[in-house]
Design a protein around this ligand. Structure first.
Ligand code: ADP
Ligand code: MG
Length: 148
């Protein structure tokens, strides 16, 4: 049997943020990924330290919402995952929906679970470079499931 071409198989970092973990929506959110063919290949629950959150979101350090974002992301545990699938980086962003839930398409995670532009349920890497960097931020290579 022919093998599926592997050149578009990607991995991306996904975080179920503290708001959605607190609301017991982990299972419901993972369902959105799995039903669209994005598979969980690594996962850990972490209550981020201030240092970790600041470093992870360093690209936003100059933004007015940075301090609040760090407070929110350290307010409780988050579920950190690596998702794998064809075009996983772009597709994850589509499944997530727009940053501002009032602008997110119907049926997206943020439309269904976010409560504000800050408390928007999920994070997803926005480029191949970001995915690589963000996965390495949280996972060692031997913590990621390899099917082959
Ligand atoms: P995304 O998560 O969609 O990639 P950004 O990278 O622009 O969005 O922002 C990172 C996170 O910072 C957002 O997911 C959200 O939690 C928060 N955020 C973004 N913009 C705002 C804003 N205008 N006010 C408050 N929080 C924001
Ligand atoms: Mg972003």
């Amino acid at each position: 049997m022919a093998q599926t071409p592997s050149h578009t198989l990607e991995q991306t970092l996904s975080i179920i943020k503290p708001d959605a973990v607190e609301q017991n929506q982990i299972g419901n959110i993972i369902e959105y990924f799995e039903r669209d063919g994005l598979n969980v290949v690594a996962a850990k629950m972490i209550h981020l330290s201030t240092e970790q959150a600041k470093s992870f979101y360093a690209v936003h350090a100059e933004k007015p919402f940075y301090e609040d974002l760090v407070k929110f992301m350290t307010s409780g545990p988050a579920l950190i995952m690596v998702l794998e699938g064809e075009n996983a980086i772009t597709r994850n962003r589509e499944i997530m929906g727009a940053t501002d839930p009032s602008k997110a398409d119907a049926g997206t995670i943020r439309c269904d679970f976010a409560t504000s532009i800050e408390r928007n349920a999920v994070h997803g890497s926005d480029s191949a470079e970001a995915a690589k960097k963000e996965i390495l931020f949280f996972f060692k290579p031997n913590e990621i499931f390899r099917r082959t």
